[in-house]
Design a protein around this ligand. Structure first.
Ligand SMILES: NC(=O)c1ccc[n+]([C@@H]2O[C@H](COP(=O)([O-])OP(=O)(O)OC[C@H]3O[C@@H](n4cnc5c(N)ncnc54)[C@H](OP(=O)(O)O)[C@@H]3O)[C@@H](O)[C@H]2O)c1
Length: 303
């Protein structure tokens, strides 16, 4: 058994996964607390079913649960992390200066745990780049092989790196002040990719190709593009009419979209403007093409 004991506050998707898989990695889950007793009970059941230590206890409050562990995970919804941490820090029987406190939000930094840091706790954030479903008995570890960011003070960083490695994940560190931009990057890379692919599929639907067939048609192109970005970088990976400076083709796209799917006109133009900036970085476009494309992409914006 590892020397550090773990407390979990917030027995939802991430809290339960941490409890089960840190326990499997040899940590004692000493205490859990949640808003409802039933969630805490499910987490305890999941830990015990995977051979976890019988010493695990359900506590009635975050502070009591925090008392049981050396490392405390606050895995509540993001908007409650601050107040839960304040409640833990305000409780005089919690030896806060001996604790390392983490949350798992991608959008928030360790600064949100300042009530604990001010009293001497080590604080950090550990953000798994993973989508967690509710825990299912005997499921595979959602942590295996994924990338997890960690930031915080020096001791929290060291503890975080150790926990991440013990979960079978890869860690990378980010500066505390960059947490918001880091999270914005994850949103763009994942959520906005979905928006873009939806745009492409809507265009195909207008061309009488169903969403299912549309995805099958596009998938090799999408995968090939991702492979090009990986192998050559995002600037060199760009192909197509904007990269070639083919204003006539782009003009035809815009004419059809404006006529048949005007709700996408602005998105197409804005994506075009940024794609043109990318194409310009390759220094292969002549000035006439750049000016022509700039005019086409800005047309409706000014109208
Ligand atoms: N889900 C993901 O894919 C994912 C990925 C990366 C990071 N995260 C981060 O992980 C954290 C947890 O997210 P999640 O998806 O696991 O959320 P979740 O499934 O909604 O779980 C949150 C848990 O917090 C508990 N809770 C609510 N108020 C509480 C309070 N005052 N005191 C103690 N416990 C309380 C809830 O308890 P009851 O069940 O008892 O009501 C719930 O089980 C968030 O910071 C999120 O940003 C999530």
């Amino acid at each position: 058994m590892k020397p550090q004991k773990i407390s979990i506050v917030g027995c939802g998707r991430v809290g339960t996964a941490l409890a089960v898989f840190l326990s499997r990695a040899g940590y004692e889950i000493a205490g859990v607390a949640s808003r409802t007793h039933s969630s805490a009970k499910k987490t305890v059941k999941a830990v015990l079913a995977q051979g976890g230590s019988e010493a695990i206890k359900i506590y009635n409050s975050p502070a009591e649960s925090a008392m049981a562990g050396d490392i405390v995970f606050i895995t509540t919804p993001d908007h409650l992390i601050n107040s839960v941490c304040s409640d833990i820090s305000a409780e005089s029987s919690v030896k806060i200066a001996d604790k390392t406190i983490f949350h798992c939000s991608g959008a928030l930094s360790s600064c949100i745990l300042s009530s604990a840091a001010d009293k001497g706790a080590n604080t950090g954030s550990i953000h798994p780049l993973q989508s967690f479903a509710p825990y299912a008995q005997d499921q595979k570890s959602p942590f295996t092989g994924i990338n997890v960011s960690v930031e915080g003070n020096e001791k929290a960083l060291a503890t975080g790196k150790m926990l991440i490695q013990d979960l079978g994940s890869n860690y990378f560190t980010i500066p505390t002040e960059s947490k918001t931009l880091y999270h914005a990057a994850a949103v763009v890379a994942s959520n906005y990719l979905v928006t873009l692919e939806n745009f492409a599929l809507e265009l195909l639907k207008e061309a009488d190709i169903s969403e299912h067939q549309g995805y099958e048609i596009l998938e090799p192109l999408i995968q090939g593009t991702l492979a090009n970005i990986k192998n050559r970088g995002s600037v060199a990976a760009l192909t197509g009419p904007v990269a070639r400076g083919d204003a006539q083709i782009v003009e035809k796209h815009i004419r059809d979209i404006d006529e048949k799917m005007p709700e996408f006109s602005r998105l197409y133009r804005i994506m075009g403007q940024y794609t043109l900036r990318l194409a310009e970085k390759r220094e292969e476009l002549d000035q006439v093409s750049i000016e022509g494309l700039t005019e086409i992409f800005t047309d409706q914006d000014n109208g």
